[in-house]
Design a protein around this ligand. Structure first.
Ligand SMILES: C[S@@+](CC[C@H](N)C(=O)[O-])C[C@H]1O[C@@H](n2cnc3c(N)ncnc32)[C@H](O)[C@@H]1O
Length: 316
């Protein structure tokens, strides 16, 4: 064998090993009947991710380097087929769950049990984090939303106002655990974004919830979600939080919607409300530090001001 021929064979070896591995991964996934059981959402998410970001990506890379693509094209076809079969299971699953919420009214413990049936999560894992962390629970809750395309922002925000970012779903579950809501409570999300917090709190705690959001497109989206899921006690108002009516509110949540003077102005409105009835303010994100400085609020854990940990304040 000439040196050129042996170089060619050696050069092909890593590609052959990679193809053999891809083939055995695809076979293992095809044979795993558990993945086709709708309850195995957690495992299915990981596998769909693996096929999309590792198997198919790797096949495409190999396809660029070969002049004999037949085997790779076949493998790519098999990988795409399983991926779309698994995705179809989830599409049907979420259609069914949305219907359960809409028609059969899964609320409170029933809703929690429903989520627990599909996603394995433990709220004790909610340690303080350096930044908001998202996981399979977020994917599950996002999929429950009847609309998957986020509307575009139409309004410019003032410098102290904060752009949309979702509160991680596990933080909303923790919020409901920590709040010990009573049925008369009225929950406000200040800077409600796409409405997920107000919707989830209503589903988990069966209380009236309201969202205040400056961006009209977000507000419309949130209203449409609540209406499609048949949630009558969830409403959204499209107004600057400095102008909203809080007279009914007892619990106010903020995932840092604004900072500085705007935050102080809104806190002053809430302070006036607190003269009429006891209120709770729950914060997440950098606004916690500023809220912790208010002398009309009691913070059970003053040494525990972490940015990405829920903080619960009670009016004095
Ligand atoms: C960090 S996001 C939080 C979204 C939502 N609370 C959630 O956790 O999913 C902040 C939201 O506050 C809104 N916002 C900013 N300034 C506002 C203001 N002055 N009044 C009402 N909403 C405001 C933004 O448009 C954005 O949707």
């Amino acid at each position: 064998m000439t040196k050129k021929e042996s170089d060619l064979i050696n050069c092909d070896l890593p590609a052959k090993t990679a193809i053999a591995e891809i083939q055995s991964d695809i076979e293992a996934i095809e044979k795993n009947a558990l993945l086709y059981d709708e309850r195995n959402f957690d495992r299915r998410i990981e596998v769909i991710d693996f096929i999309g970001f590792q198997v198919i990506d790797q096949i495409e890379e190999l396809l660029q380097k070969t002049d004999q693509p037949a085997q790779l094209i076949l493998l790519k076809y098999r990988a795409e087929k399983i991926k779309s079969e698994l995705e179809k299971i989830d599409i049907n699953l979420f259609k069914k769950l949305q219907k359960n919420i809409r028609i059969q009214g899964y609320r409170g413990e029933e809703f929690k049990d429903l989520v627990n049936k599909y996603v394995d999560f433990n709220l004790d894992d909610n340690e303080h984090q350096e930044e908001p962390g998202y996981d399979n629970l977020d994917i599950f809750i996002n999929e429950l939303s009847p609309f998957q395309t986020m509307p575009e922002q139409t309004k410019d925000l003032e410098p102290e106002m904060v752009y949309y970012q979702k509160t991680p779903a596990r933080i909303v579950f923790e919020l409901v655990e920590k709040s010990h809501f009573v049925k008369e409570d009225v929950f406000f999300d200040l800077g409600a974004g796409l409405g997920q917090v107000a919707i989830l709190v209503n589903l988990l705690a069966r209380i009236t919830t309201k969202g205040v959001e400056l961006e009209p497109a977000f507000c419309d989206y949130a209203r449409d979600c609540a209406a499609t899921l048949n949630l009558s006690n969830v409403t959204f108002v499209n107004v600057d939080a400095r102008k909203a009516d809080y007279t009914e509110g007892t619990v106010f949540f903020m995932f840092t919607p604004f900072r500085g003077k705007i935050l102080q102005e809104v806190l002053e409105i809430l302070r006036k409300e607190s003269l009429l009835r006891k209120i709770k303010i729950i914060t997440y994100g950098p606004c916690t530090a500023q809220v912790a400085l208010q002398n009309w609020l009691d913070f059970a854990a003053p040494k525990d001001v972490h940015i990405y940990k829920l903080a619960v304040f009670t009016s004095l």
